[in-house]
Write a protein that binds this ligand. Structure first.
Ligand code: PBG
Length: 343
């Protein structure tokens, strides 16, 4: 019941006058019609699952800042890869947590054919050959200072870093990686990695470039996960993209395409949907979004406090990537989503 009678204050034109009897709510009135006109869908085929690796056996270590995410020893990672394959997840991406005692200023451990990443790749590809394995060609898990490059006199040295990463990428390919994903933002890395792979007989190994990686606060929990939170000296502003720039993001993407990347990625995800859309529209190349650790943890934290419905927020955020034009999403929610989509 309306306590106040409508008066002239509401104006004289009716809704039909202003809409010309076009009613967008008609198609929203029932579940069947909403389904019929739904423009974008999330499926298990869209998911890439990033997992964290740690030394040891039968280890499943919780990560405080990422509830529900664990660091896995290689044997457990193999079991989780099997589970992912059963769920229909097309690919996993591995990130190692390396002990500080094994790190140095140049991230030399990337050149060890038996480092944690390469051992995990071999074990996973042997047990679950049908799942795609994406490796992180980056130095930050291996550097004593937490940067993605060789640090000298306070400067991240570009060309030397690229050489180091390209050599590491070849070892990752030799271990069985299907896709090399350089996440460092050094200039020229895609072209140099491509030629190093080709010259070593890995023409079929693909590259997914972190084409546009922004200098972002949303990586916080990840740095805890791989143990660089306390190590990082300064910031990454001299190599990651300024969050204020979109034209530069397009030029970075164009450059990586010219150098031979097969797929591109935008990272972080949700705050950069405009970048995903522009890249997809400009280049029509397989385009991926990385829903990073901070995005994951924000949803988990708000849900744990009862402030939002975590499952709905998860699904809505992932669907938003599809709407923005992404072909797929790297997300820590991957197994949860895959199970929900199944059931
Ligand atoms: C660095 C790297 C980062 C992430 C993966 N590899 C960013 C960083 O620490 O600067 C972030 C992933 C996430 O936040 O989920 N090569």
């Amino acid at each position: 019941m309306n306590r106040f009678a409508p008066t002239k204050a509401a104006g004289t034109r009716t809704v039909d006058d202003v809409t010309g009897s076009r009613r967008l709510r008609r198609m929203r009135k029932a579940a069947w019609s909403r389904r019929l006109v739904q423009e974008n869908h999330l499926t298990v085929d869209d998911l890439i699952w990033p997992i964290f690796l740690v030394e040891g056996e039968n280890v499943q270590e919780p990560i405080a800042a990422m509830p529900g995410v664990f660091r896995l020893s290689v044997d457990v990672a193999v079991r989780e890869a099997e589970r992912a394959a059963r769920l229909g997840i097309p690919a996993i991406a591995t990130f190692p947590k390396v002990d500080v005692s094994l790190r140095d200023t140049a991230g030399s451990l990337i050149l060890d054919p038996d480092n944690l990443t390469n051992r995990a790749t071999r074990a996973i590809k042997e047990a679950v050959p049908e799942i795609g394995v994406i490796t992180d060609a980056a130095l930050d898990p291996f550097t004593s200072h937490g940067h993605d490059g060789v640090l000298r006199d306070g400067i991240i040295v570009n060309d030397e870093t690229v050489e180091q990463i390209a050599a590491g990428a070849v070892l990752q390919a030799a271990a069985g990686a299907d896709i090399i994903a350089p996440s460092d933002m050094m200039d020229g890395r895609i072209g140099v990695i491509r030629s190093a792979l080709d010259e070593n007989g890995f023409q079929d190994v693909a590259i997914m470039s972190y084409a546009t990686k922004f200098d972002s606060a949303f990586y916080g929990p990840y740095r805890d996960a791989i143990g660089t939170a306390g190590l990082l000296q300064g910031d990454k502003k001299t190599y990651y993209i300024n969050a204020a720039n979109s034209a530069e993001a397009l030029r970075e993407t164009e450059q990586d395409i010219l150098e031979g990347t097969d797929m591109v990625m935008v990272k972080p995800g949700l705050p950069y949907l405009d970048i995903i859309r522009q890249i997809k529209d400009s280049f029509a190349l397989p385009t991926f979004a990385y829903q990073v650790s901070g995005e994951y943890s924000m949803i988990k934290a708000a849900a744990a406090n009862g402030w939002i419905d975590g499952d709905r927020a998860m699904m809505e955020s992932l669907l938003a990537f599809k709407r923005a034009g992404a072909d797929g999403i790297l997300t820590y929610f991957a197994p949860t989503v895959a199970e929900m989509l199944k059931g």
